[in-house]
Design a binder for this molecule. Structure first.
Ligand code: SAM
Ligand code: FES
Length: 349
């Protein structure tokens, strides 16, 4: 049996088989997989696209990941923090535009300790009881995750970045560890969060073996959300001169992930829209069902540049919403006003 057929049938392959699939699949077989990915996506989610309003509320970060534009050692960056009121006014604008999920993302900024984060989450929860709150604020203690969950957070995005120990060391300084990152993900699951993991495609030093290990790790973790996008260099990082990731491989991996996880929440990321103008539309045609337009104040958008040439840094939230609507319509999908939770059952309509 061909590997593509085997994946469609079993939803998992061995590490060696994944390596073979990623390195040596014909255009014809890729198309078979893509079509199956779209079929599964439509079985669970129809033509709906969930929107998440992304609020990039701090670009301070205590970490020094080699790939990231807001890393600690980037001194050519004006740092900012949004106040609670500014965050709430992003939510207010987003709510009016139909967003029912707010994603609070930031660097690992110790100023946002548990007391401050809890206060922010509680305030959003009180103002928008029917909305989902997603956090993406890195590695914290179990107690911290628990307090934020009790305050009203529903979901947590924490990409594992790479499941391979040696590759993790190439991407991060000594003070960070893959073991802790993975432990955080399992803790978040235990606490009842809907959890998102993921990785960059084409991060420096990544091999097909690394990617195969990523897929197998995801299979073990069983996350509700998976975020992947191409690695893109940032000029003020140690990886400034590294090659960007492959668009085609990202698209192929999105289809692989949809086939492995038929009902997972799978965003077409901003990085995919940056590497190719129609990347997010093509993402839908590869099995994606989520987009995350920006709700951050336009004044701060440029300062949250994780990689060079990030798109949408000059657009008001309302423009992004309209633009995204048109982009999705161009490939036969539509944005929905919905929390967009993980769907365990098949769509009826
Ligand atoms: N601090 C939080 C964390 O570590 O999870 C959230 C913010 S972090 C900037 C969000 C994600 O951006 C990372 O998980 C990483 O995969 C992605 N990212 C960072 N630098 C990137 C780059 N140069 N190209 C593509 N994606 C990048
Ligand atoms: Fe922001 Fe297109 S999604 S301008």
């Amino acid at each position: 049996m061909k590997l593509v057929e085997k994946l469609i049938q079993n939803r998992i392959l061995s590490k060696e088989e994944f390596v073979e699939l990623l390195s040596n699949t014909s255009a014809e077989d890729r198309e078979i997989l893509r079509k199956e990915a779209v079929r599964l996506r439509e079985k669970y989610y129809g033509h709906d696209v969930y929107i998440r309003g992304l609020i990039e509320f701090t670009n301070y970060c205590k970490n020094n990941c080699y790939y990231c534009g807001i890393r600690r050692d980037n001194h050519h960056l004006e740092r900012y923090r949004l106040t609670k009121d500014e965050i709430l006014s992003c939510c207010e604008g987003g709510y009016r535009l139909g967003y029912r999920t707010f994603v609070l993302q930031g660097g690992e900024d110790p100023w946002f300790n548990d007391d401050r984060m809890e206060d922010i989450v509680r305030s959003i929860r009180a103002a928008y009881p029917e909305c989902a709150i997603t956090l993406s604020i890195g590695e914290r203690s179990r107690e911290s995750y628990q307090r934020l969950k009790e305050a009203g957070a529903d979901r947590y995005l924490l990409r594992h970045e790479t499941a391979n120990e040696a590759h993790y060391r190439k991407l991060h300084p000594e003070e960070m560890s893959l073991a802790n990152r993975k432990a955080c993900l399992y803790t978040l699951k235990e606490l009842g969060y809907q959890v998102g993991a993921g990785f960059m495609v084409g991060a420096p030093g990544q091999t097909f073996e690394c990617l195969a290990e990523d897929l197998i790790f995801l299979q073990e973790l069983q996350p509700e959300m998976i975020g992947i996008g191409p690695f893109l260099p940032h000029h003020e990082t140690p990886f400034a001169n590294e090659e960007k990731g492959s668009y085609d491989l990202t698209i192929f991996l999105l289809s692989v992930l949809r086939v492995m996880f038929p009902n997972v929440l799978l965003p077409a990321t901003t990085a995919l829209g940056t590497i190719k103008a129609t990347g997010r539309e093509q993402g839908m045609l590869a099995g994606c069902n989520v987009v995350m337009p920006n709700l951050s104040p336009v004044a701060n958008r440029k300062q949250y540049e994780l990689y060079d040439n990030k798109i949408c840094t000059g657009d008001e939230a309302a423009e992004c919403r309209g633009c995204m609507e048109n982009r999705m319509a161009s490939v036969g999908y539509h944005l929905v006003v919905d929390r967009g939770d993980f769907n365990k059952s098949i769509k009826q309509s």
